[in-house]
Design a protein around this ligand. Structure first.
Ligand code: COS
Length: 394
């Protein structure tokens, strides 16, 4: 199971340790579900498994960590340490289980953080039970990293809004029951003129224009929004508050991406240690070679450093710091980049078997890659960190 010593760190309380232990036991009891993989690299290959994971994670109470207690959740507020522990643990066993969990959080986070009472009651309890699949629709063909450039429009029309535009690389696209859509409402220029809406998947005018296949299959799509009419009560937050809704949601969820990377890196180190002890080379275990020892030492050090940054960011948010953009960006940047290197070294230690399709480290090698891109590419995290440094230095 690898090193669990980090749970003794002062970032955690006993309830976090109990959570990690209980989820580990659940993972052991659900080994077959977590070992299941999509049958192919087709764009829709992961849909059925993803749906099943949402149902099971919901039925067994894990999705309660994605919403606040007043709407069927576990904690009074979204608790970043719990989100991180769940993502780290699930990702160590199954990237798709982690994905299914994470999207319930990201795709409902704007409603938890900014939604009115009615919207929260409409969406959150069902998300927590795994009866409503959630999605976060921010990126567009010409606006992924530059959120202020969102071109999709939402125009006032009577007592509602009409949305026109296109969204792409939308996780859970094709299987979601609702999408949190960010669109331009024009209260001001650039980032000052965006708003967020909860759009039900069956709203006329919302179409799945294309399903997108990736190197590590999960449900993903391009959406068309053509004359898509939504009532005004589906606004998440105030008109013109959309940029802040997106950024504040990402502040909560970026550390959790780091946590997922951490889980995958731990899985890779565990696999590398098995190989280093069992494989014999030049008449001795592979792990007797100093070059292999150096790799293992660097992998373990990177994992601890990533864990410190991830749980520092989570703890900082949980103790009430309103903006943790710098800490969240550092956690995501470092943990995802480190995990990529750790997994690459695990592939190297496994040699030919490491690149053989279907081996655990080959799978991790494909699965980690997107984490350096989604929810803000590594380059964007560096922008956030550097801007804050320059601002505070001034
Ligand atoms: N919480 C609340 N407000 C925030 C915020 C946060 N975390 N981050 C920024 N803001 C506010 C700023 O304070 C600023 O407010 P004022 O207008 O009052 O000054 C405003 O939002 C604009 O901020 P900024 O000037 O930093 O905006 P930019 O347009 O320069 O964009 C980046 C900043 C690039 C960091 C942002 O667009 C970003 O994070 N991009 C990546 C998005 C992403 O993750 N995409 C992937 C899609 S989701 S899978």
């Amino acid at each position: 199971m690898g090193d669990r010593g980090f749970l003794d760190w002062p970032f955690f309380e006993d309830r976090h340790r109990r959570l990690a232990e209980a989820l580990e036991a659940w993972c052991a009891a659900n080994r077959d579900l977590l070992a299941a993989r999509p049958a192919s690299l087709e764009a829709t290959a992961a849909d059925a498994l993803c749906r099943e994971l949402v149902v099971r994670l919901g039925a067994d109470g894990w999705l309660r960590h994605c919403v606040p207690a007043a709407w069927g959740g576990a904690g009074r507020e979204l608790e970043v340490r719990s989100l991180c522990l769940v993502r780290e643990t699930l990702a160590r066993h199954s990237a798709l289980a982690d994905f299914a969990f994470a999207m319930q959080g990201l795709g409902s986070g704007p409603v938890s953080l900014f939604g009115g009472e009615d919207l929260r009651s409409r969406a959150l309890p069902a998300v927590a039970r795994g009866e409503r699949i959630a999605a976060f629709a921010l990126s567009e063909p010409e606006a992924g990293s530059d959120v202020a450039a969102v071109a999709t429009t939402a125009t006032r029309d009577g007592d509602g809004f009409v949305i026109e535009g296109e969204k792409t690389w939308i996780s859970n696209g094709g299987i979601a029951d609702h999408y949190i859509v960010f669109a331009r409402t024009g209260e001001g220029p650039g980032h000052r003129g965006l708003s967020a809406f909860l759009v039900e998947a069956d709203t006329p005018g919302l179409e799945i224009a294309e399903r997108i296949a990736t190197m590590a299959p999960h449900p993903l799509a391009r959406l068309g929004l053509r004359g898509c009419r939504v009532p005004a009560d589906r606004l998440v937050g105030e008109p013109g508050q959309g940029f802040e809704v997106a950024m504040a949601t990402l502040d909560v969820f970026r550390p959790t991406v780091g946590a997922a990377a951490l889980g995958m890196a731990r899985a890779a180190l565990d696999a590398a240690l098995v190989r280093a002890r069992e494989r014999r080379l030049f008449g001795a275990p592979l792990g007797d070679l100093q070059m292999v020892q150096a790799k293992l030492a660097d992998m373990a050090t990177a994992i601890d450093a990533a864990a410190l940054l991830v749980y520092r960011a989570a703890w900082e948010k949980d103790r009430g710091t309103p903006r943790i953009s710098r800490e969240a960006s550092m956690a995501k940047l470092f943990a995802t980049e480190a995990a990529q290197r750790v997994i690459d070294e695990a592939v190297q230690i496994w040699g030919g078997l490491g690149v053989t399709l279907g081996s655990r480290v080959e799978e991790l090698y494909r699965e980690i890659r997107a984490l350096r891109i989604y929810e803000g590419a590594s380059e964007i995290q560096r922008v956030v960190i550097a801007r804050q440094l320059l601002k505070t230095a001034g």
